[in-house]
Write a new protein. Sequence first.
Lengths: 368, 301
Amino acid sequence: MTQIELRGVEKFFGEVQVIRNLDLFIDHNEFIVMLGPSGCGKTTTLRAIAGLETIDRGDILIDGKVVQHLKAADRDIAFVFQSFSLYPHMTVYENIAFPLRATRQSKAQVDLAVRQVAEILQITPLLSRRPSALSGGDMQRVAIGRALVRSPKALLMDEPIGALDAKLREEMRAEIKRLHMKQGSTTIYVTHDQVEAMSLADRVVIMHEGVLQQVGTPEEVYSRPANLFVAQFVGSPVMNIAEAHVAEEHGEARVRMAGAEQGFSFPRDLLGRLPAGSAGNGIALGIRPEGIAVEREPREGFLPVEARIIEPLGSHDIVDLQVGSQMLRARTKSGFVPRPGERVWARIDPVQAHFFDTQSGRSLGVRL
Amino acid sequence: MTTAVMATLDPKSRAAARGMSDLAIRNLFIIPTIAFLIIFNVFPLIYSLGYSFTDFRASMNAPARFVGLANYRELLNDPFIWSNFVITAKYVIISVVGQVLVGFGVAMLLNRTIPFKGLITTLLLLPMMLSMAVVGLFWKLLYSPNFGIINHALGLGTFEWLSDPDMALYAVAIVDIWMWSPFVMLLSLAGLSAVPKHLYEAAAIDRAGPLYTFFRITLPLVAPILMIAIIFRTMEAFKTFDLAFVLSSQPTTEVISIRLYKMAFQQWQTGMSCALAYIMLIMVLAITNIYVKYLNKVKER
């Protein structure tokens, strides 16, 4: 049961500003994932909350108390490091017991707590081993065990499974989720992997170049990205972004890609909802690959396009379509388009389309 | 990568290109060293073992007579020899403990970002690079009861550092500590800087205080390299000759190697002194072995 709040936090490394005016509120038992490319300031933010890094401006509050002047030890927060940071000269048992022994708890208390945590994480058989004899996944479990053993106010994790191989990552992801549902402590989790972020988070915090881009549930950031950065960072394959020109034609709206002769048809409604004056230019259309319908025969409302590249992914194919001077990637059934160079017909689902201001990158907030 | 490429080449052409085979080059480097070691180390070692069972005197022309274990028996029953060993043990303990405390302490102070760290470290290493005899001579001046700067600085009047029989051994040990702490410092610094910074962060998160962190994280992780420093310094201190010889002629500072020197080159009891040298060798080996055993145990973790 812990609330964490950041108010106008700023941080510089020399001349470089790594956190810019960051405001964030994290509620009791929330699982927050901070997502962003490397160097976006997410890890620095996490370390600042833990007290491993100082901040230059703003306040960090834990349960309403200002803590930025407190040392890490006095904030009662646990931290799981990307490199695990297990003590190499101690056994697994001693590693997990360390936070309790450091605060001089009684032997019986320590033993009970360590065994309980080991039980939850299923590492009881490993207790007498040294970290060097553990696999990556087990090292991670021990690191989490060491963090959980003293029931901290909040659990911070810095890319905790980034160093594991893909299969193990998937297992550990599920385990972390299960653990959070069971323990329910306030958790902040940093990653650059959007799949991890989407699958774990109650709310995702997306950062870029030290600036908070969007905070929202995984569903929100996926279906209503606040700007071009979020739109292209979340979701795989990446959302198509194409410069587009919107005009009225035959009583309906037409969205024409740059360099294309014909436009995709959209409901007339769109015209009135775009900001005045912007209808002509300065608009980028965003559409996820699954929002583009592809047919092999001409159909009403579909435009003829050329398939350029086909990436077979097993469960489905990703087909690159040439539309004017732009390339749109569409998702089709496996083997739907037999070979590159084929002429196909495509349509954009207006409901799944996003519109952005190319100048500011911000979403225009138009949903059809 | 390189070896893979090399392996694909025809060995004959490589040898031809260099004019010499790998084997020839290896021998060229190794044979002089081996020869040197045999002539100056192995041969005297074996030869002196032979002498230790005789009553040979290098000052006389008489041939060596085999006396069996008589030399060893006599030495081990000699209470004066034992008192030399006790003095040596005391000296070793004082100077090694002193060096570890000072050296490790200074290393802890230096193990952070401070201005001119490289320069400070280099300057601190200077004592180690001086000649033992020179160090002995100028510390004798520093210790001088009449004009020595130490008494002047500490306001001790005419305190007798080296002529006082009880103080002399400590005075010699202090010089040894001054001279060799930098060595322990250097190795400790290497050990300390090898402790990953993230372990300290983990300890801070785990709410460990500075003392707890030091004894549970820093010290155990530096222990192997500190152990190596201790092995070196114990062996050296056990063999100490020059410092004690130059600084003091007190019977209380007559460490075993001074005794050995007197026996060999003042009394010319060559056979007897060879036996004593062998007793010393066995002791040093035994002590080193204890350390090495412990070192291996520490390294296992």
